[in-house]
Design a protein around this ligand. Structure first.
Ligand code: SF4
Ligand SMILES: [Zn+2]
Length: 324
């Protein structure tokens, strides 16, 4: 596919179509084959350069793009690199490096390295990075194998959108230098070390979390056992206290007072003298009907011993009031 040439060479310098005059007055040559170029700046088509009298050369577009990228990188001396992500088994996809913006110390274009001719070779103070600029041809498995054999980290910049959109220096600068969306890591020479380090970090964090969970469970169990012990102690103390203030229930068959099916539950010696019956010689027994009197009484604290007794706190309350 012959793509429309966005850049031409003028006086040894790469220029874009907007910088030159229309037609042959552009005074430009093809950056790839050196043929004379004509600047086509019609109203209907996207402005571009075309070979004058010669057929379009095969690699003109790519060479122009690589030279433009080189020129931009040499001017800016920096490039934003995308974060590196990779699957780590049960931990799923993990970020291994952050987005970074390193300083470029050297830019070399289309120089053979082993079995490949990378579009750009960047140097960052001794560390190398290959940059593949893809418009129609992306790195395939064959090229990837060669890159891996070289052992040099490589990113690919996807410029396929310029098959449909006009390309100029400004657009190329934004995508090549500033943005990361069109860049992917084809190969990262430090991947093995980064994966090992990340896996160790994740395993250590997982172990820490497990130990924390175990510690929390142990602490919760201890707290629960402590609260259970406290509850039991309080219950024991309450029971001991209630034992002191128990009154036995007597089942009677009185003629009237609070009988149910002819039977009534009484406690004798009610301190409030709720009811009385004559026991002879002018003496009376004072009693309370459990269901009628005690249940409504402020001193009542319920039944005990399978309904054989009640707890009456009258004497306790009297003592307490006196003490206060
Ligand atoms: S709870 Fe009240 S009514 Fe019952 S015996 Fe005690 S003081 Fe009397
Ligand atoms: Zn050419």
């Amino acid at each position: 596919m012959n793509l429309k040439l966005p850049f031409g060479l003028k006086d040894g310098k790469l220029v874009e179509i907007s910088e030159v005059e229309r037609g042959l007055n552009c005074d430009c040559t093809c950056p790839c084959c050196g043929s004379k170029l004509i600047a086509r700046k019609g109203e209907h088509k996207v402005a571009h350069f075309a070979h004058y009298q010669n057929p379009e050369c095969e690699h003109g577009f790519e060479t122009a793009l690589h030279l433009a990228a080189k020129s931009i990188l040499e001017q800016r001396r920096e490039i934003r690199l995308p974060e590196l992500r990779h699957d780590i088994g049960r931990f799923g996809q993990q970020k291994l490096t952050e987005v970074c913006f390193p300083k470029v110390t050297e830019v070399i274009v289309e120089r053979r390295l082993g079995d490949i001719v990378p579009d750009l070779l960047l140097d960052f103070n001794g560390q190398q990075l290959l940059v593949e600029i893809a418009v129609t041809h992306f790195v395939d498995s064959e090229k990837l194998a060669k890159i891996k054999a070289l052992g040099i980290s490589t990113i690919e910049v996807d410029l396929s959108r310029f098959l449909k959109e006009p390309l100029d220096f400004q657009q190329l600068t934004v995508i090549l230098i500033e943005r990361v969306e069109q860049k992917t890591w084809v190969f990262n020479a430090k991947l093995g070390d980064l994966l090992r380090k990340k896996q160790e970090e994740l395993e250590a964090a997982e172990k820490r979390e497990r130990l924390e969970q175990e510690e929390n469970t142990r602490r919760r169990r201890e707290e629960w056992e402590k609260s259970q012990r406290k509850e039991m102690e309080e219950k024991d103390q309450r029971e001991k206290f209630y034992q002191v203030y128990k009154k036995s229930i007597v089942v009677r068959r009185p003629k009237n007072l609070g009988s149910f099916n002819g039977e009534a539950l009484h406690v004798d010696d009610c301190p409030l003298k709720m009811n009385a019956y004559h026991i002879g010689g002018g003496f009376y027994n004072y009693f309370a009907n459990v269901n009628i009197d005690c249940r409504r009484c402020d001193h009542y604290r319920g039944m005990r011993d399978d309904m054989a007794s009640i707890v009456c706190l009258h004497d306790y309350h009297v003592k307490k009031n006196k003490a206060e």
